[in-house]
Write a protein that binds this ligand. Structure first.
Ligand SMILES: [Fe+2]
Ligand SMILES: [Fe+2]
Length: 330
């Protein structure tokens, strides 16, 4: 009788619909899975399979589908309860005139929800795409400097690898770690300004050549300062050769004046550089690199960063990844 009443109410309002009357839990489950329905209208209290059980089932399988409880006995508290459990609306049998407006509203809200979800998905995809482009741009910039200096091929990537591992071990958070990774990848970008003859010169450099090389922190800063990164990348690059006691360059700033990011890149830079070959000297090896930072922890290098770096190499099995493919660019 109730179904007939609902049906005639919908017909009286001129709705175009197909109504499936479902009485058992099994039929309901089958319908949820197999049919492309728009809305569920359920009685609240009927023997056997009641509205609340139907609501719970529908919620667990198709939570986005609207669900209206129709009942003659529902109290205010129960009404609030069914809404809390996920029902879109409830309509009293003695006020069936509310049914069609409730259905129309529920359907339009459901449609909006689907569209909003779609828009959010598209936004996320476009964000991911932009993010990928940012990382690729940074890699291309890094490669631009390394194509001029084969001896440091992969140096920035390995500094980025170690620096981001240190940042992760120090629990800096995913976003900060990414900033440090990108800064590591770009920290020597200023070397693009140095004549390649000097970069790959074996033997001792004269004062002018040393000054030109030391200028790469400033040039790197100048190249990057115009990019509005969500991290202080330009400043990190500017400070990556500063030392805790003020003996670094270009400014000779001390301790806390240095960005924590720059202290991490600084340690990773020294360890990587000492572990690899240079035109003017063979590699001194990881062992010596670790001795250098360990001997100077708290003097030249941040103690917390050094301890973390030593722990990575000595207890966590960290090793640099050497990628051969960079050589193909020459
Ligand atoms: Fe550098
Ligand atoms: Fe470097």
């Amino acid at each position: 009788m109730d179904v007939e009443m609902v049906k005639s109410t919908l017909e009286a309002e001129g709705l175009d619909f197909t109504l499936h009357h479902i009485k058992s839990k099994n039929d309901f489950l089958k319908s949820i899975h197999d049919s492309d329905y728009d809305i569920v209208l359920a009685d609240y209290s009927i023997p056997g399979f009641d509205g609340l059980s139907a609501l719970n089932l529908a919620q667990s399988i198709k939570p986005e589908s609207p669900f209206i409880i129709i009942s003659g006995t529902i109290g205010e508290e129960t009404a609030i309860d069914v809404i809390k459990q996920g029902a879109t609306d409830y309509v009293l049998k003695q006020r069936l005139s509310r049914l069609v407006p409730a259905i129309v509203r529920a359907l339009s809200e459901a449609k909006e929800k689907v569209e909003r979800k779609k828009a959010q998905k598209e936004l996320r995809l476009s964000h991911d795409k932009l993010h990928k482009a940012l990382v690729q741009t940074v890699n291309s910039l890094a490669l631009a400097v390394e194509t001029r200096d084969p001896y440091v091929s992969g140096h920035q990537q390995r500094v980025a690898q170690l620096a981001s591992e240190i940042a992760t071990a120090l629990s800096l958070g995913e976003e900060a770690v990414e900033g440090i990774f990108l800064a590591g990848n770009l920290h020597d970008i200023g070397k693009i300004n140095i004549p390649s003859g000097i970069l790959s010169k074996p033997g001792i450099l004269n004062d002018l050549e040393i000054a030109l090389i030391k200028n790469h922190s400033q040039v790197g800063y100048d190249i990057l300062k115009g990019i509005d990164f969500p991290w202080p990348i330009a400043l990190t690059v500017y400070q990556h050769h500063e030392k805790l006691d003020g003996s670094g360059y270009p400014l000779g700033i001390k301790g806390d004046e240095m960005l924590f990011e720059a202290r991490i890149i600084g340690v990773a830079d020294v360890v990587e550089a000492m572990s690899s070959h240079r035109p003017y000297r063979p590699a001194r090896g990881v062992k010596h690199a670790l001795e250098e930072i360990s001997d100077n922890a708290g003097l030249l290098y941040d103690r917390e960063v050094v301890d973390c770096c030593l722990d990575l190499f000595q207890n966590k099995g960290f090793t640099f990844t050497y990628q051969e493919e960079h050589k193909h660019f020459f």
